[in-house]
Write a protein that binds this ligand. Structure first.
Ligand code: NAG
Ligand code: NAG
Ligand code: NAG
Ligand code: NAG
Ligand code: NAG
Ligand code: NAG
Length: 354
C-alpha cells in the first residue's frame, strides 16, 4: 500500500513536471508537420550555391535563371550588391527547437551600411513560386532560418522576409495600401530590443484595428500583428515558420495567419481579410529586408548584417475553411462627407460649418 502510494505520488510528479515543461517551452512543431496539418502537399526550396560567392557574383547567382529563384521582373529589385554567400557565422549556435537544420553550405548575408534605410541598405526581391500546371496557391507556408550579428543594434526596427501575393508586385509596401484586389504582404519585422511581429499590408475591415494585438500604424503604413509575442536573439540562428491562408470567399474575413518562432506557435490571427477579390492569392517569398521606418532615427549607426538559410515553401490551392464574419461594406470618408452634405441639405441646414 505504502509502495503503491509512493508510486502514484512519483507518477503524479512526473506528469506535473512534464506538463509544466510543455507549458514553459510551448509545443514544438516542425514545419513539415504544420504542412501536413493544413494539407499543403506541394513543396519547394530556394537553392543556395555550394561555395561562397561575394557581391556581384552572389547577385548573379540569384538572378541566373537556371538557379530557379523565379524573380519577379527577373532581378533583385533593390541593392543586389548587398548580398553575399558566406560561411555560417554561427556554426556552434544552431536554432533551438525540434527540426534539424540543414547546416551544410554557405548562407546568405545581407549588409546594412551605417546610416542606411531601404534606399541604400538591405535588399529586396520577390521569388515567385511558379507551378508547372498554372494553378494558384491559396495557402502557403514559409520557413527559414535567420541570424543577426552578435551585439546587433536593433535601433527602432526593420523589415524581414515573409510572403506576398496578388497581381501587383509593387504595391503593399512602402506606404502603398492594398485595395483588396491588387496585393497583400506579410513580412516579419524586428522592433526595439529584437521584439518580433508580423507586419502586414492587408485590408482592415470589421474594426480589425481595435483587435487585441493589432496596431494599425496611423502613418498610412502597414499593420503590426502581435508585437513582442517573441523576441529575436542576436548571435545565433532563429527559425521563422509562417502560414498564410487566403480568406474564402473574399467577402468573409476568415483569413488565417500562424507564426511559429523556433518551432513554437507565437502568433495566431484567424479573422483576416487578405483579399476582397479572387485575383489575390499567395505568390511566393518576399525577401525584403532593411532598417526602417522612413527617417534617419531608424538607421543603424554602424554597418551590420543578417544571415539567412533554408528557405522552404509548402502550398495548396485550398484557401482557409475557418468560419468568419462577413465583411461589412466599407464606407469611405468621401462617401460619409457626401451623405452628411445631403442630410444637411434635406434638413434645410445649408452649409453649416462643423
Ligand atoms: C479544413 O481544412 C483542413 C486542412 O487545412 C482539413 O484538415 C479539415 O478537414 C477541413 N475542414 C473542413 C470542415 O472541411
Ligand atoms: C554591383 O557591383 C558590380 C561589380 O563591383 C558593379 O559593376 C555594379 O555596378 C554594382 N551594381 C549596383 C547596382 O550597385
Ligand atoms: C514564372 O516566373 C517568371 C519569373 O521568373 C515569370 O516571368 C513567369 O511568368 C512565371 N510563370 C508562371 C506560369 O507563373
Ligand atoms: C543543404 O543545403 C545545401 C546548400 O546550402 C544544398 O546543396 C543541399 O541540397 C541541402 N541539403 C538538404 C538535405 O536540404
Ligand atoms: C486596385 O489597384 C489596382 C492597381 O494596383 C487597380 O488596377 C485596380 O483598379 C484597383 N481596384 C479597385 C477596386 O480600386
Ligand atoms: C559596436 C560598434 O561597433 N560601435 C561603433 C559604432 O560606430 C561608432 C562610430 O560611428 C563607434 O564609435 C562605435 O564604437
Amino acid at each position: 500500500m505504502m509502495f503503491l502510494n509512493a508510486l502514484l505520488v512519483s507518477l503524479l510528479h512526473v506528469f506535473l513536471s512534464s506538463t509544466s515543461l510543455v507549458r514553459a517551452q510551448g509545443q514544438l512543431t516542425a514545419a513539415e508537420d504544420i504542412a501536413t496539418q493544413y494539407s499543403l502537399t506541394t513543396s519547394t526550396s530556394i537553392p543556395f550555391p555550394s561555395a561562397t560567392l561575394s557581391s556581384a557574383d552572389a547577385a548573379n547567382f540569384i538572378q541566373d535563371l537556371s538557379n530557379d529563384w523565379s524573380l519577379s521582373k527577373g532581378k533583385i529589385q533593390n541593392l543586389p550588391n548587398d548580398t553575399d554567400f558566406v560561411p555560417d557565422p554561427f556554426p556552434n549556435s544552431p536554432t533551438p527547437g525540434l527540426a534539424p537544420s540543414n547546416t551544410s553550405g554557405p548562407v546568405l548575408q545581407v549588409t546594412y551600411p551605417a546610416g542606411s534605410l531601404h534606399l541604400n541598405g538591405g535588399t529586396q526581391l520577390y521569388s515567385l513560386w511558379n507551378t508547372s500546371d498554372g494553378s494558384v496557391f491559396n495557402s502557403m507556408l514559409l520557413s527559414y532560418e535567420l541570424a543577426f550579428d552578435a551585439g546587433f543594434d536593433w535601433v527602432k526596427g526593420g523589415k524581414l522576409p515573409g510572403l506576398r501575393g496578388g497581381p501587383d508586385p509593387d504595391g503593399c509596401s512602402g506606404g502603398n495600401q492594398p485595395n483588396g484586389s491588387d496585393c497583400f504582404s506579410t513580412r516579419m519585422m524586428w522592433r526595439t530590443d529584437g521584439q518580433g511581429e508580423v507586419y502586414a499590408y492587408i485590408p482592415t475591415p470589421n474594426n480589425l484595428c481595435n483587435d487585441n494585438g493589432i496596431i494599425c500604424n496611423d502613418d498610412g503604413f502597414g499593420e503590426s500583428i502581435d508585437r513582442g509575442k517573441f523576441s529575436f536573439v542576436a548571435g545565433q540562428w532563429n527559425r521563422i515558420t509562417m502560414l498564410v491562408q487566403m480568406n474564402n470567399p473574399p467577402s468573409i474575413a476568415n483569413g488565417n495567419l500562424k507564426l511559429y518562432y523556433n518551432d513554437v506557435l507565437a502568433i495566431s490571427q484567424v479573422n483576416l481579410q487578405y483579399r476582397s477579390a479572387l485575383s489575390v492569392n499567395a505568390g511566393g517569398l518576399y525577401l525584403s529586408t532593411f532598417f526602417g521606418g522612413n527617417d534617419q532615427s531608424w538607421a543603424p549607426p554602424n554597418t551590420t548584417h543578417t544571415y539567412f538559410r533554408n528557405f522552404r515553401l509548402w502550398g495548396s490551392s485550398a484557401a482557409s475553411n475557418l468560419t468568419g464574419s462577413t465583411v461589412s461594406a466599407a464606407t469611405s470618408t468621401h462617401e460619409v462627407a457626401w451623405l452628411v452634405g445631403i442630410i444637411c441639405l434635406a434638413l434645410g441646414m445649408g452649409a453649416v460649418g462643423f
